[in-house]
Design a protein around this ligand. Structure first.
Ligand code: NAD
Length: 495
């Protein structure tokens, strides 16, 4: 099925699709009943294997991670073909931003899991002495991973690595908007992983809605905030914790005195990788009028250097995922303001939009009204860092903020005075590829984080375990009656 046929689920700008819930009034059809029964059976099977303790032993977790690594290697050609079909991703870009990231996550996790799993000693203080305390990481149970389409392999499997590492079972729901990759992932997981650990449910709104009716012990959702709210609401019904990896407009500020040639290359790469369909792609650029004038030739040059003068022929330049997204992004381009790319060269048939730079953009222009999520970079002038900081603070908290400045004090001001999921100084995008840094949003850009140890922590409960010998019975001190001596002793203890 084409991506367009599938891409009916989410409109980033559409009103909340739960506003009117047809299921509340219409009786379920036999097909819906059958789907609901199938989904319930899958969740029940995973819960049973979790309850049986299948996923607890460290060696079993390592074996599943190894199976995933093997599967990833074996299915690499199939996954790469699917990514090319869905998003026009080149094999190298797929290796770099999808499969490579997952492999690295698996290797890092396998190397460190034993250490992460070790109970940590807790200092308990004089009040409880003699006693020992430790923090144990216990699995949460049966988890649900709902993935988006833009990095469909990476964003489906990286959370799964953390789920397995934590000793959980998982239902995986790949995105229907990247149907070829959804099918390839399903094949990979069903062929290489144990169904006692991981099961896949493919599908769109109907399937996800039924999934969300079930009780899970964690829901890990990546996608837009409208659906994020639907997920959070459904999770509240069962008091299920959620990790919400959302998006938003990630700003870039380029300060005076920065090396503009390198800065331009880094911004262009971050913006136009995957044709701009990256949650942390630089969404818009701010600089003083003087810096903008100096930066523009470098930006144009960087576009040519990375994607040639004919990006439609570059094997390294991607395509929009569907005509729906093609139409949405094209409508944001104002050809009177483009200095590179624009609508004239776009091709709906192949869902190609060239790398597009727009200048003299106003804060109220359409392109500033929503997350662009496509290959369009609006450039806005500001009076300096003060205004850039004020603009960021006036909007929702971004997933990432980018600053290119030669001045330490300016970097520090952005770190202290703005809030975002992460702050990247002097680079774009690459920070998301490291296992050493938590990745997640804040406020409107999400809650919770993962990658490396943080992922393991997201998929486990930190359980304090305390032990105190029965003798001597030092707790006698806190039992009534509270005599003068006890009161004096307690006062000393709590000082
Ligand atoms: P999408 O359309 O694939 O939706 C994500 C998931 O939600 C899919 O599995 C889909 O089936 C499900 N879904 C869609 N509508 C639903 C509904 N009504 N009820 C229940 N489930 C539903 O992907 P998207 O949301 O278009 O992804 C793009 C957004 O995701 C952007 O905002 C981007 O910034 C964000 N994103 C964030 C991260 C991150 O790590 N923070 C990564 C990638 C994308």
């Amino acid at each position: 099925m084409s991506n367009d046929a599938q891409d009916t689920a989410t409109d980033l700008t559409a009103p909340d699709p739960t506003a009117a819930d047809p299921a509340a009034t219409d009786p379920a059809t036999p097909a819906e009943d059958a789907l609901r029964s199938r989904i319930r059976a899958e969740v029940t099977a995973l819960r049973e294997s979790f309850d049986a303790g299948t996923t607890r032993p460290l060696e079993a977790r390592l074996a599943q991670l190894e199976a995933l690594r093997r599967g990833l290697r074996r299915e690499e050609p199939r996954l790469a073909r699917a990514l090319a079909e869905d998003l026009g991703k080149s094999r190298t870009e797929s290796a770099l931003t999808e499969l490579g990231v997952v492999s690295q996550e698996i290797t890092h996790t396998m190397k460190n899991l034993r250490t992460w799993q070790k109970p940590q000693r807790l200092p308990l203080g004089a009040m409880l002495a003699p006693a020992t305390g430790e923090l144990r990481r216990e699995p949460l149970g049966t988890t649900l991973i709902i993935a988006p389409w833009n990095y469909p392999v990476n964003l489906t499997l990286s959370p799964l690595v953390a789920a397995i590492a934590g000793g959980n079972t998982a239902i995986v729901k790949p995105s229907e908007v990247a149907p070829a990759t959804s099918a390839a992932l399903t094949h990979l997981l069903r062929t290489h992983l144990d169904p006692a650990w991981v099961r896949v449910i493919e599908g769109a709104v109907e399937e996800t809605t039924i999934l969300l009716e079930q009780r899970f012990d964690l829901i890990f959702y990546t996608g837009n905030g409208t659906v994020g709210r639907i997920v959070a609401r459904a999770a509240a019904e069962h008091l299920t914790p959620t990790v919400l990896e959302l998006g938003g407009k990630s700003p870039v500020f380029v300060d005076e005195g920065t090396d503009l040639a390198i800065t331009a290359r880094r911004i262009v790469w971050g913006k136009f990788t995957n044709a701009g369909q990256t949650c942390i792609a630089p969404d818009y650029l701010m600089a003083t009028p003087r810096t903008v004038q100096r930066l523009l030739p470098h930006l144009r040059k960087a576009v040519r250097a990375l994607y040639s003068g004919r990006p439609e022929r570059s094997l390294d330049y991607g395509r929009l995922v569907s005509t729906k997204h093609f139409d949405r992004v094209l409508a944001l381009i104002d050809d009177n303001k483009t200095i590179c790319g624009g609508t004239a060269d776009a091709d709906r048939e192949t869902r190609f939009i060239p790398p597009t730079l727009m200048t003299e953009v106003g804060w109220d222009d359409a392109v500033m009204g929503e997350e662009i999520f496509g290959p369009v970079l609006p450039i806005l002038t500001v009076s300096g860092p003060d205004e850039a900081i004020a603009r960021i603070r006036a909007g929702e908290k971004p997933l990432t903020a980018y600053v290119f400045s030669p001045r330490r004090e300016i970097e520090e001001r952005f770190a202290e005075e703005t809030s975002s999921g992460s702050l990247a100084l002097g680079l774009t995008l690459a920070h998301v590829g490291t296992t050493g840094m938590p990745f997640g949003g804040v406020g409107e850009s999400g809650m919770g984080a993962y990658h490396g140890r943080t992922g393991f922590e997201a998929f486990t409960h930190a359980k304090p375990v305390v032990k105190k010998p029965l003798a001597p019975d030092t707790l006698k001190l806190v039992y009534p009656p509270y005599t003068g001596l006890k009161r004096r002793l307690l006062r000393r203890l709590f000082r």
